[in-house]
Design a protein around this ligand. Structure first.
Ligand SMILES: C[S@@+](CC[C@H](N)C(=O)[O-])C[C@H]1O[C@@H](n2cnc3c(N)ncnc32)[C@H](O)[C@@H]1O
Length: 348
């Protein structure tokens, strides 16, 4: 079980990161390598740097360097960084059983759904649980995430993960095909938000309408624009308004020090001309290929460079949001309908 002190999903846990046996930690071993690990008394972890003893971490705080067992006797040993598993680090270190939603999309989705402590949110499907963990943090400690997954093993594994993380108090995962069974059991107008990451969102749209409270928000996550169009068609037949689709652009940049290399900015001819005009030409040196002293000093200079990562770790999908309107007036209220209609604005 993920100990309270390490877990920041709950108010009581903020402010301390002490690690105990049974906790999950995130291990950062290289700039592009994060994994999560359950710590056990007398356990160990191996990687290319060597063997790491779990016992070296127990009773200590996360946010520390973890040195190989051999590092205690030898210098120059490898180390990894041990971190507390926030939902963002969980997203980067979890086992992929499906495509997942990444943090930049999650941030926009949770903001648009107006989630806050106490909110009730329904999700389908659970997948690898990346989105679910962030939803739980947004609604904890008094809210709930009710998540559905058609694939039995995925539902089971996600439940186990949430238990290990200590966030299962905020999440219920149910094995169900919501396309055929919908959200039965959830009362009408009882939830604040619905998030659908499913191939056929339109099959569930009417059920989402049923369980959402008036003014609640539906969010859908679809990789193809054809899915967006079919979702739009379905939502516009129901009591939804403000139907909007966005994509989130996100790029990570890397800033680092590197040696200045003048060959990138000046040609050999330009450099020769400069040396002669500055009266520091070294003809003998140039003939023999020996650089002059100033050049050596310049080459050792360092500069800061910033460039975007070539690889963008994301799976960009279309985010569609819609707001639950009150039900359309019944035919017996025909007068109201003919005066107002569905669109805002009066008659010309
Ligand atoms: C792309 S994954 C969801 C990933 C998840 N949002 C995450 O961030 O980890 C889609 C999931 O929906 C599930 N699914 C598909 N159709 C479903 C249905 N009709 N009812 C319930 N779950 C369904 C799939 O089994 C799959 O696990």
């Amino acid at each position: 079980m993920f100990r309270q002190e390490v877990n920041s999903w709950n108010d009581e846990r903020i402010g301390t990161s002490e690690i105990h046996g049974g906790d999950i930690v995130v291990v950062h071993s290289r700039f592009d390598e994060l994994l999560n690990l359950e710590l056990k008394k007398h356990g160990n972890f191996h990687n290319r740097y060597g063997i790491f003893n779990h016992d070296d971490l127990l009773g200590k705080n996360a946010g520390r360097r973890w040195i190989t067992a051999s590092g205690k006797v030898a210098t120059g040993a490898g180390f990894v960084i041990v971190l507390r598993p926030t939902p963002e680090l969980w997203t980067l270190s979890l086992s992929h059983r499906t495509q997942i939603v990444y943090t930049h999309d999650i941030a926009v989705i949770t903001a648009e759904m107006d989630l806050r402590p106490g909110s009730i949110v329904v999700e389908a499907g659970t997948g690898s649980g990346s989105m679910t963990a962030s939803l739980a943090r947004a609604v904890a400690p008094t809210g709930r995430v009710v998540s559905f997954e058609i694939h039995e093993d995925r539902a089971k594994k996600a439940t186990e993960d949430f238990e290990k993380l200590g966030i299962s108090d905020y999440i219920t995962v149910t094995h169900r095909n919501v396309g055929t069974e919908g959200f039965k059991g959830i009362p009408e107008s009882s939830v604040d938000a619905v998030f659908l990451d499913l191939p056929a969102v339109w099959d569930v749209a009417a059920e989402a309408e049923r369980i959402l409270r008036v003014d609640g928000v539906l969010a859908t996550f679809s990789p193809c624009v054809e899915q967006v169009q079919q979702t739009y068609e379905e939502l516009s037949k129901l009591n939804f308004s403000e139907i909007e689709t966005s994509t989130v652009g996100f790029r990570t940049w890397d800033t680092k020090k590197r040696s200045k290399d003048y060959s990138q900015s000046e040609t050999e001819q330009e450099r020769k001309r400069k040396r002669v005009s500055e009266g520091r030409g070294n003809q003998a040196g140039e003939r023999s290929g020996i650089p002059d002293k100033d050049d050596i000093v310049k080459k050792c200079d360092v500069e800061l460079v910033s460039r975007p990562y070539r690889e963008i770790m994301t799976h960009t999908s279309y985010l569609t949001f819609a707001r639950r309107l009150e039900n359309k007036p019944k035919p017996s209220d025909a007068k109201v309908q003919s005066e107002g209609g569905d669109k805002p604005g009066g008659k010309d």
